[in-house]
Design a protein around this ligand. Structure first.
Ligand code: GLC
Length: 766
C-alpha cells in the first residue's frame, strides 16, 4: 500500500515520510504520545474526539538509519520502516509494540452448505472477516491483556475477543458474544508483564478490533474508510496511559454536587400525581434521593420539547414544589423529531434545513417512539446551536438536567442506509461516517445549550458516545436486564468505560428489562451506590423496583447503602475534582493500580473507588460469603475494622445486608453527615474517617454548581497522617469563602472534634 521509504522531512514535530506510493506522517504530540497518520480520505485530521488541542513543544530527535527512520523523544522511540510499518520502544530501548510483518491468517470460513444448514435453525452465520482496507496488525508476545474499548459486554480483559465499533441499540439481554453496544470508543490499553501502552484509533466509521482471536501471533484493528489515524500512548504505568488518552480527548469536568446523589427513574411515571407520590415515598421512608427522571411519558405524543398537559397539569409548579423538598427533575430528550406539520420543532427544523436527507435531498424519514420521525443533523454547527437553544424550554420549566437517549441513532424501521446525508461540519458526509459520533454531537449540543442558558455545570446523560464524549456528558450503559449476569457485568463494564475516559457512568440499578427480584435489587444497590452515576431505572411492564417495593428488609438494605453513598459524597466529589486534571476514573479496576499483580488481570468482581476504597460486592444469587483478593498493603475491613494483609485471598461473611468494603491503611476518607438530599444541611464540619498508617489526602470544597472553581474559587485541604499517629490539616488553596469550622476525626472507635481556622493544625491521635 505504501511501498519503500524514499524521503522524509521534519517540520514542527511532524515527520513527513514519503513512500513510493503515498505519504505518511508521525507527529509528536508530547513526550509520550505520537500520532501515526496517512491521508487516505482527507488531508487533515477531522477528529471529533480531540478538540481545541494544543500539542506540547518537546525536544526530539530524528535520524535516518539504513532501513528505517528513528524518531526519539525522552519517553518513546518510534521506528518507521518501508510499507509504513512502525515499531515502538520505551526509553530504555525495550520493545513496546511492533507491527506484525506477516499476513493475516483468516479463521474459519464456512462452506455455503454448512452456512445454510446453520441458518435453518436461526444460528448467526458468520465467516471470518476479510482484510480491511486500513488494517493494523500488531505482534502479540503472548502475555498481553487488553482493557478499555468503551462499554463492551463481557469481562474486564478483552484478550481473545472481537469487537466492532458501531453504535448499536439492541435491548436483548446483552451477552459476552455481542460485538457492539451503544458506544464507540476505539481506544484500548495493552498490558504486558513488564510494560504497558495504549492505542487510540481515531476513525468514526465502523471499525473492527480482534484482540487475538484470529491468531496468537497478532491482534489487529481495521476499517474500510477514513484515514489511517492512530495515537500510540506510552507510559511507565497504566495510569499514565489513561492520563495520556484523556490528555488527547479531554477529561470529565467536575459535576454539580447534587448529581452525585441518588436518582430514581422508571419508564414510565405517567402523571404528575405519580411523580409527587414517588418523591413523597422517598422522604417518608427516609431514603435519600436528589433526582427524579421523567422518561418519554412526560411529552405530548413523544414530541421533544413539549409537555403532556393532560398528565402533568402544571409541570412548572410541580417542579417548583418538588424543589422545595430537595428534588431535581431530569427529562429525557431523544433525537427523533416527530414528522408532523404544525409541530414547531418539526416546522422550524424543516425551514432551517436541520434534518438529515437522502442523497437526493429529501428529508430522510424513519421511525422511533412518535412514529414517523426525522433526524436532526448534529454534524452541522448551526443545527447544534438550534438544538442547544431548544434546551431553554426545559430550563424555563425548572428542569435541571437532560437525558439524551436513542442517539445511536435508533431507528425502528431498519438501520438508516449508509448513504443518508449527514454533514461533518462544512463537509457533506454520510451516515456511515457520522453514525458513531451522532450521540457525541447531540450531547455536545445539549451541553452547550445548558451551559449557555443555565450558567451551571451542565448535567447531561447520554446512551451513545464516541471518544471524547466525557467532556460533555455522563453516560449509562443502556438497556441491561434484571439478571445476575448483568449485575456481574456492571463491574467490568463500568471499569472499562472509566479506563476509556468515561468516568461518570452507571448502570440501571436493579436492571432495566426483565423482572428484578428482592435479592437482586439488594445486591445491585450495593454496586450502584458506588457507581459514579447512581440511578435506579426500569422498563415499563416489569415488576416495580423502587426501594420500598419488596418490604422492610430490602428497603432497610437499600436505605443503608444510599445513606453510605451520601456519607461518601465528598470522597466522590474529590475524585471528580482530581479526575478533571488527571483523567483517572472514579471507579477503577484493581489492575489499574496493581498492574504487576497477575491475580488482578482478570479480577471482575471487585473494584476500587480512587485508591483508598476497595469494594467487593456479592454478585451471585444465594451467596452469603465472598472470596476476596486484597492487593499488596494493609487493608481494613470497613464494617468490622479488622486488619487484613494484602497479597492474599480471604473469605468474607456477606449476608444480604453486607457488601464487603476494605479501606487502605493510611486513608483519610471525608464524610458528610446524614442528609436526605444534597444541600439538606449546611455542612460546616467535615467528618474525617481515618485509618491509621501513613498517607495524605486532598479534599476540595466549593459552591458545587458554578464554574467559579475554574477561577480558583475553591478550597483545597491537605490532610496527612503519619506513622506516629500525627494528623495534620492545612489549607493550601483558599478560594471559597465558606471554610469548614472544624473536623470530626474518627479513628480506632474514637471521635474527636477539632476546630480549624485555616492555619496548619496538628493533632496527636494515638
Ligand atoms: C430506551 C432507553 C430506556 C428508556 C426507554 C424509553 O429503551 O434505553 O432507558 O426508558 O428507551 O424511553
Amino acid at each position: 500500500m505504501f511501498g519503500r521509504i524514499t524521503d522524509y522531512k521534519v517540520n514542527n514535530q511532524i515527520v513527513e515520510i514519503k513512500f513510493e506510493k503515498r505519504s505518511g506522517q508521525v507527529e509528536i504530540i508530547n513526550e509520550s504520545i505520537v500520532n501515526i497518520f496517512a491521508a487516505l480520505e482527507t488531508q487533515e485530521h477531522r477528529s471529533k474526539a480531540i478538540e481545541n488541542f494544543q500539542k506540547k513543544q518537546v525536544s526530539y530527535h530524528v535520524e535516518r538509519e539504513e532501513d528505517c527512520i528513528v524518531i526519539t523523544t525522552s519517553k518513546v522511540t518510534v521506528k518507521v520502516y518501508d510499507e509504513f510499518k512502525v515499531d515502538f520502544y520505551d526509553k530504555d530501548g525495550k520493545v513496546l509494540c511492533k507491527d506484525y510483518r506477516g499476513r493475516r491468517q483468516r479463521g474459519i470460513v464456512l462452506t455455503e452448505e454448512d452456512a445454510e444448514l446453520m441458518a435453518g435453525e436461526g444460528h448467526e452465520v458468520e465467516d471470518a472477516p476479510e482484510d480491511y482496507s486500513i488494517q493494523i496488525l500488531k505482534e502479540l508476545e503472548g502475555d498481553e491483556a487488553f482493557y478499555a474499548l468503551g462499554d463492551k459486554t463481557g469481562f474486564l480483559n478483552k484478550r481473545n475477543y472481537v469487537y466492532e465499533m458501531w453504535n448499536t441499540d439492541n435491548p436483548a439481554p446483552q451477552v459476552d458474544s455481542f460485538k457492539a453496544l451503544y458506544k464507540s470508543i476505539p481506544f484500548f490499553i495493552t498490558l504486558k508483564k513488564d510494560s504497558v501502552y495504549g492505542i487510540f484509533f481515531d476513525n468514526t466509521y465502523r471499525s473492527y478490533f480482534d484482540m487475538g482471536k484470529e491468531s496468537s501471533k497478532y491482534y489487529y484493528f481495521g476499517c474500510d474508510n477514513g484515514n489511517l489515524d492512530y495515537y500510540f500512548i506510552a507510559g511507565d504505568k497504566m495510569t499514565d496511559i489513561v492520563t495520556g488518552y484523556t490528555y488527547l480527548t479531554g477529561t470529565v469536568p467536575v459535576p454539580q454536587l447534587w448529581t452525585l446523589g441518588h436518582h430514581q427513574s422508571r419508564w414510565g411515571y405517567k402523571s404528575e400525581k405519580e411523580v409527587r407520590q414517588i418523591a413523597k415515598k422517598f422522604r417518608d421512608n427516609d431514603i435519600p434521593c436528589d433526582t427524579i427522571h421523567l422518561d418519554i411519558d412526560y411529552m405530548d405524543e413523544f414530541k421533544v420539547f413539549t409537555w403532556n398537559k393532560e398528565r402533568y397539569e402544571d409541570p412548572k409548579k410541580m417542579i417548583g414544589d418538588l424543589k422545595k423538598d430537595g428534588f431535581k427533575i431530569v427529562t429525557i430528550i431523544d433525537p427523533g423529531v416527530k414528522l408532523q406539520e404544525g409541530y414547531h420543532i418539526y416546522d422550524e427544523g424543516v425551514e432551517k434545513g436541520c434534518f438529515a436527507t437522502t442523497p437526493e435531498g429529501e428529508i430522510y424519514v424513519n421511525a422511533v417512539w412518535p412514529g414517523d420521525s426525522v433526524y436532526p443533523d448534529f454534524g452541522k454547527p448551526e443545527v447544534r446551536s438550534w438544538w442547544a437553544n431548544n434546551q431553554r424550554y426545559l430550563l424555563d420549566m425548572g428542569v435541571r438536567g437532560v437525558w439524551n437517549d436513542m442517539n445511536e441513532p435508533a431507528s425502528f424501521r431498519g438501520e438508516l442506509p449508509q448513504d443518508v446525508v449527514f454533514y461533518d461540519e462544512e463537509l457533506r458526509a454520510t451516515h456511515s461516517k457520522m453514525h458513531n459520533v451522532y450521540g457525541h454531537l447531540m450531547s455536545k449540543a445539549t451541553y452547550e445549550g445548558l451551559k449557555e442558558n443555565d450558567k451551571k455545570r451542565p448535567f447531561v446523560i447520554t446512551r451513545a458516545c464516541y471518544s471524547g464524549s466525557q467532556k460533555y456528558s455522563t453516560a449509562w450503559t443502556g438497556d441491561n436486564h434484571s439478571i445476575w449476569a448483568h449485575l456481574q457485568m456492571a463491574i467490568p463494564q463500568l471499569c472499562n468505560l472509566g479506563l476509556s475516559g468515561m468516568s461518570y457512568v452507571g448502570t440501571d440499578v436493579g436492571g432495566f428489562g426483565s423482572d428484578t427480584t428482592p435479592e437482586l435489587l439488594a445486591r445491585w444497590v450495593q454496586v450502584g451506590c458506588f457507581s459514579p452515576l447512581f440511578r435506579n431505572h426500569s422498563c415499563m411492564g416489569t415488576i416495580r423496583q423502587e426501594p420500598w417495593q419488596f418490604g422492610e428488609e430490602i428497603m432497610n438494605i437499600y436505605r443503608k447503602y444510599v445513606q453510605l453513598r451520601y456519607e461518601l459524597l465528598p470522597y466522590f466529589y474529590d475524585l471528580f475534582f482530581k479526575g478533571e486534571t488527571t483523567g483517572l476514573p472514579v471507579m477503577r479496576p484493581l489492575i489499574l493500580h496493581y498492574e504487576k499483580d497477575q491475580n488482578l488481570r482478570d479480577r471482575n468482581d471487585e473494584f476500587l473507588l480512587g485508591e483508598n476504597i476497595l469494594v467487593a460486592p456479592v454478585v451471585n444469587q444465594g451467596d452469603t460469603q465472598k472470596l476476596i483478593y486484597l492487593p499488596e498493603g494493609l487493608w481494613i475491613d470497613y464494617w468490622t475494622k479488622e486488619e487484613k494483609k494484602g497479597g492474599s485471598y480471604y473469605v468474607k461473611e456477606a449476608p444480604l445486608d453486607v457488601c464487603p468494603i476494605y479501606i487502605k491503611a493510611g486513608s483519610i476518607i471525608p464524610n458528610y453527615p446524614k442528609q436526605s438530599y444534597v444541600g439538606d444541611k449546611e455542612i460546616d464540619t467535615l467528618i474525617l474517617d481515618i485509618y491509621l498508617g501513613e498517607g495524605k489526602y486532598k479534599h476540595y470544597q466549593d459552591d458545587g454548581e458554578s464554574f467559579d472553581y475554574k477561577d480558583g474559587k475553591y478550597n483545597e485541604y491537605l490532610f496527612t497522617i503519619n506513622s506516629e499517629g500525627i494528623f495534620t490539616a492545612e489549607l493550601p488553596n483558599k478560594g471559597y469563602e465558606k471554610e469548614y469550622k472544624g473536623f470530626v476525626l474518627k479513628y480506632n472507635n474514637t471521635e474527636k472534634y477539632v476546630e480549624f481556622n485555616g492555619d496548619k493544625l496538628t493533632v496527636k491521635l494515638v
